[in-house]
Design a protein around this ligand. Sequence first.
Ligand SMILES: NC(=O)c1ccc[n+]([C@@H]2O[C@H](COP(=O)([O-])OP(=O)(O)OC[C@H]3O[C@@H](n4cnc5c(N)ncnc54)[C@H](O)[C@@H]3O)[C@@H](O)[C@H]2O)c1
Length: 265
Amino acid sequence: MSVASPAQPNRIGATPLHEHKTAIVTGAAQGIGAAVARQLVADGALVWAVDIDGDAGRALAAIAPDRIRFVNADVTDSSALSAVVAEAVRDSGRVDILVTSASMDAGHDAVEMSPQTWDAVMGLNVKSVWLAAREVLPTMTAAGHGAIVNIGSLHGRMTVEGAFPYGVSKAGVEAMGRSLALDYGPAGIRVNTVIPGWTRSERVEQHFERIGPDEVARIDATHALRRTASPAEVADAVSFIASDRASFVTGATWIVDGGLGARFA
Ligand SMILES: NC(=O)c1ccc[n+]([C@@H]2O[C@H](COP(=O)([O-])OP(=O)(O)OC[C@H]3O[C@@H](n4cnc5c(N)ncnc54)[C@H](O)[C@@H]3O)[C@@H](O)[C@H]2O)c1
């Protein structure tokens, strides 16, 4: 089955990247997810922001009440995801973009960690990414287009001591992107992974406060650019990859890490 190329947007005029598009963003209440929601709105999309943090989610929606619909839901709950997609389709007849950012850190000893912890990490970091894709793929397939961007991590490729099984879960996210890209490319759907490096989300800012300025300076120095990212810098890359401007990009991993992963040691 061959798929027609999407109409090329006007690159000279001011047409927003996501005009008339509807997006769903998970983990959208704070950090990279919130920055992605804001960027997609700035680029013209209507965004359904999904998160378990009600206060932060409502604060995000208050920034652009007519463009951000906040849904207080747990992404590990397939029926909640199904309801979000159904509501988005009822509201605007489409879901063009899915970005999955909800995730948890996990650093455990492989012997001491319980099977329940393994299930919780994989349930959020890997299974919920599949569950969200499972809900949007039928409507994207019916429309003949769609873009999914999952947020991975450098830990899925190279890691540090004490990051088990976070890296395992993030390797799974990247592998899922390749599989879904191959299986749904014929339907006109693109699936990609964005790998951020150190990004100063609220969670990372709190970590930086705990470790202190000397350790933060050491982290900065490991990057080619000698600094960590703002969530907005990652969000910009995500919005581009989700857009028709990246119409031939699929099954790919985009590393947005300031050169952190370019260093041998
Ligand atoms: N910040 C970094 O340095 C960094 C680096 C590499 C990869 N990442 C990845 O980027 C993504 C975002 O990271 P961040 O630092 O912004 O994270 P964060 O912890 O600041 O935000 C995660 C969001 O997900 C939400 N969430 C958690 N569990 C949920 C659930 N069950 N259902 C719905 N929402 C849920 C949280 O409430 C929160 O709003 C994650 O996938 C993370 O693995 C982050």
